[in-house]
Design a protein around this ligand. Structure first.
Ligand code: ATP
Ligand code: MG
Length: 583
């Protein structure tokens, strides 16, 4: 596999991690913690203090922390001092409502400023913050709030009317609903969010916070089944801070844009906590994906570090390289991606479109922060997730029948990706499912459920999820490898690959493909794509069947749901589809 040379622009700024081996050798989580302040007087560690209060009380008070871009075009800047004051008001409001430590504060809103005040204020009050993606339907919302024992819900007038009103009676534990007004009536029994805050003091002293106090409840994406509620604690901020610096290479004068919604873990860990704790200015865009709008934002806001996802990158690729090149982005210097495997094609497209490659990194809701990354200073091997973060020990393992794990040392051998437990942002439980949590661990190792291999130079390569691996004629095939090769074909925009049961081979590889603009499905095209795949992968691994589809089923966070492709192929029940993107 060819390496991508470092373009000159990318090296303008000396990387925070210049020498991987040296930084790794010198790294300790105690040292990382020492870069944070801790609560004054040694009263513990609280995410919100690290994210805003310590900056608001210092040289960064007036610096823009969040530049919010409204759907309709308005922009509003929030300084660290302003964020500290607004979150203090929210913390005081919670206190006035009798909401305290450990109580669950849910948010169901779009990306509006109040969401950010609420997250920070909830942490100040030592309540547990939990976001719900605003496109969820009423039942997924009810289910998550019931499981999470929601005491408070913050939402908007429109979302209340469309999604909450009908489930309100089924949520007896929900004590308070705070509604952001949009010019209409306040629902009965609800509080007016802005009016409530306006009546509060903007001073609040964060009570002593144990680093192990629960801070966040995040539901997984539901790609493989029913979403799980992962519990995170305040000291996760140590990992957010360190990984924002080392993996995303954030520097003080960066303008950072994390495109993920806080309804997913990326949108909180890196859309809120990491950049704020590093004192970096972030862009928050209220609007949904739109290629032209995104290019405009990158250019106009002078974004320098951009963290996005393969699904968005593929959509941008679909809309053409010309459009990408139509606006100069001279300040852009570091591109990163997470959430799904990043096809080598997409890495290379970054170079074509922006003169910069995308840096893939890997992590999960459970890990709370980036665990494996292509670092700024490192040579990128397109298709690889990169190397483990300093402080993270990653291994490729095999779990034996007795439950113990054996490390697989041979390069390029596949096994389950495992992480040595003990990093600060590791999840502390699956809410209400202690056995399931326990099953994720074997001794000191956390088993991720993903398969990977490590090459002789220590780069990790994603093979597939354990559940998605295809067994054909005695071979194990990861869908990612096949999908990436399919994407090399100029007509292919997206590909999802499954194993279709077969009496002889056990399973055969079947591919679902959506086409780029200007290409039409045909028998001839299917044959051409299959021939390309056979040439690149060999007859055993290449798909035996191709089905064209205008789009592939995805989670609302943009992950291809192979389990749905398979269920539909086999005519089986679809299972939990609460996170399925509609339309
Ligand atoms: P669920 O656990 O409910 O099925 P999910 O695993 O998709 O959902 P997340 O925690 O949001 O929920 O996603 C983490 C998973 O996403 C990883 O375990 C991995 O399978 C995939 N993933 C994330 N980043 C990458 C990456 N860079 N390369 C390959 N896969 C990735
Ligand atoms: Mg998962």
């Amino acid at each position: 596999m060819e390496a991508i040379p470092k373009p000159r622009e990318a090296l303008r700024v000396p990387p925070n991690l210049a020498d991987y081996a040296a930084v790794r050798a010198g790294f300790s989580w105690e040292g990382a913690r020492a870069e944070l302040d801790g609560l004054p007087g040694g009263r513990g560690l609280n995410i919100a203090h690290e994210a805003v209060d310590r900056h608001a009380g210092g040289a960064l008070a007036d610096k823009v922390a969040i530049r919010w871009l409204g759907k309709a075009g308005a922009a509003q800047d929030y300084s660290f001092a302003r964020l500290a004051a607004e979150s203090n008001r929210f913390a005081n409001a919670l206190r006035a409502l009798g909401v305290g430590a450990g109580d669950r504060v849910f948010a169901l809103t779009g990306r509006i400023p109040q969401l950010y005040f609420a997250a920070l204020g909830a942490w100040k009050n030592r309540s547990v913050f939990c976001t719900l993606f605003s496109a969820f339907g009423p039942e997924p919302i009810r289910m998550r709030m019931a499981l999470g024992d929601a005491a408070v819900l913050i939402t908007t007038e429109a979302l209340y009317r469309r999604k909450v009103a009908q489930i309100r009676a089924a949520l007896p534990m929900l004590r308070h609903v705070l509604v952001v007004r949009e010019g209409g009536e306040l629902p009965e029994g609800a509080h007016d969010f802005d009016a409530l805050l306006a009546g509060q003091s903007d001073a609040f002293e964060i009570p002593p916070t144990d680093p192990e106090d629960m801070a966040l409840l995040h539901f997984t994406s539901g790609t493989t089944g029913t979403p799980k509620g992962a519990v995170h604690v305040h000291q996760a901020v140590v990992a957010h801070h360190a990984t924002g610096k080392l993996a995303l290479d954030l520097h003080a004068d960066d303008v950072f844009w994390c495109t993920a919604d806080p309804g997913w873990v990326t949108g909180t860990s890196y859309g809120i906590i990491a950049p704020l704790s590093l004192g970096v200015t972030s862009i928050v865009d209220e609007a949904d994906f739109d290629a032209e709008r995104w290019y405009e934002i990158l250019a106009r806001e002078q974004v320098s570090v951009w963290y996005t996802a393969p699904t968005a990158i593929r959509m941008m690729m679909k809309s053409g390289t010309e459009l990408a090149r139509s606006r100069p982005v001279p300040r852009l210097r570091f591109l990163a991606s997470v959430g799904e495997p990043l096809n080598p094609e997409a890495v290379r497209w970054g170079v074509e479109a922006f003169g910069l490659p995308f840096h893939d990194n890997w992590w999960q809701t459970e890990t709370g922060g980036i665990m494996v990354a292509n670092f700024a200073a490192m040579e990128i091997r397109p298709g690889s997730m990169g190397k483990p973060l300093p402080g993270i020990e990653a291994a490729v393992v095999r779990q034996e029948k007795d439950g113990t794990v054996t490390l697989i040392e041979d390069p390029d051998s596949e096994g389950e990706l495992a992480l040595k437990r003990g990093w600060p942002s590791m999840f502390r439980g699956y809410l209400g499912q202690p056995e399931r949590y326990a099953k994720c661990f074997a001794g000191d190792w956390y088993l991720t459920g993903d398969l990977a291999k490590r090459d002789a130079d220590g780069y990790l390569w994603f093979v597939g999820r354990k559940d998605d691996v295809i067994k054909t004629s005695g071979h194990l095939i990861g869908p990612f490898e096949v999908e990436s090769v399919l994407m090399e074909h100029p007509a292919v925009a997206e590909a999802g690959v499954i194993g279709k049961p077969d009496p002889v081979a056990m399973e055969v590889v079947k591919a679902f493909v959506s086409l780029r603009a200007g290409h039409e499905p045909s028998e001839a095209l299917a044959r051409e794509i299959m021939a390309h795949a056979r040439k690149r992968l060999g007859a055993v691994v290449a798909p035996k069947e191709i089905a064209f589809s205008p789009s592939l089923p995805k989670t609302r966070s943009g992950k291809i749901m192979r389990r749905l492709l398979k269920a539909r192929e086999l005519g089986l029940p679809e299972g939990d589809t609460s996170t399925l993107e509609s339309g």
